[in-house]
Design a protein. Sequence first.
Length: 212
Amino acid sequence: MRDVRVILVGGTSNVGKSTVAQVVAERLGFTYRSTDLLARHPGRPWRTPERDIPAHVAEHYASLTVDELITSVLDHYARLWPRIEEMIRAYATGAESGAGLVLEGSALWPARVAALTVPYTAAVWLTAEDAVVRARVRTGGRYEDVGEHERHLMDRFLARSARFQTLLLEIVDGLGLDRIDTGGGRSVEELVDAVLTAVAEQDVVGRSLPRR
């Protein structure tokens, strides 16, 4: 795709979207944004050195079934989509002056992205085996060092992430959209190269020709 102005990087949590997207933006001199900053859904339910688990986040994961968790997050992304589309159009059409945009986030649901009729826009989805995502979450949340309650919250988050990716892949593969597996030990630079190669081969949003 020539003269690309917007690159969208989607996928479930903990597949490396933010890391890869930030390096893509640095290489191209584009602005980096995350859909998480537009409106925050209950976030990751584990402690970090900077924050404890907010009570509403713990309650969200502890009280809802996996089906309810999926419904909640997909409804949130549906409500967020008009703002996302507006941002994409602003950068793609030049209404937003300056550099192009690399936008990443789970809210980039493939069916909505594939339906875009916006010029100069490309999209790629990052995926990873469930075991890879599980290891990343458990390492980040220090799974072996926390109590049963926090482990339960992480397990619920992981169950939702796995279900989310299953649903996402059905659409991505069904529509023949571009996706890149972030497992297998590939470096960030190699993944960035793969994203930029896919972007260069697209003639419509999210789909390379010839299809791979």
